[in-house]
Design a protein around this ligand. Sequence first.
Ligand code: AMP
Length: 215
Amino acid sequence: MNIKNPLKIIIFGPQASGKGTQAGLLSKELNIPQVCSGDLLRDEIKAGSELGKQVKEYVNSGELVPEELVRQLVKNRLDQSDVKDGFIIDGYPRSKDQAEFLNSIVEIDKALLIDVSKKEVMNRITSRRICSECGEIYNLIFNKSEKKGICDKCGKNLIQRDDEKPEIIEKRLSIYEKQTTPMLSLYEDKGLLIKINGEQSIEDVYQEVKNKLNI
Ligand code: AMP
């Protein structure tokens, strides 16, 4: 490996771009934790915490959660010792304000953009299913569970996430286009942004990621 290691990496991409999958692969390969703002929020909702109650409506309707609530959650996570030297963050920042906040607490080394068209995103999301218990992700077309509607790992039911219903997805994509896409220029201007073609197989996307990160 001929780059600084560990790295502090942001991974961007619209919903269903595969950024979570790529983040997981990189996390393993580079031995750095994966931090996902959506998971942090969903964990709070599942735990029924005060914060979870406050954010539930936003998450389920596809709206962005108010900045101060996400900010605190992300900051708490990034204050933990396991991420001091490196991490890959997914889902944050999503706006210029968030990018500026992140910049004020850590120095980012690379920003990956997993590029996927809106049409492809819609196709992928409407066929996505998630385990109601363990969160394992399936796809009705290219990653089916062995038994229809049942998780291979834990045997519980597979469901469609509320925020992955088509009308909610339209809203989330338009938020992404309005708020997140313009923010990418902040990283592009600093020479940190690496664009990856997300419309390839998982393996090929990962190969491109590795080539472009020189790992
Ligand atoms: P995700 O799984 O990253 O698509 O996030 C699911 C939902 O969590 C989003 O639709 C938002 O409601 C909320 N969320 C996640 N990250 C953020 C963020 N950085 N800012 C505001 N809301 C967020």
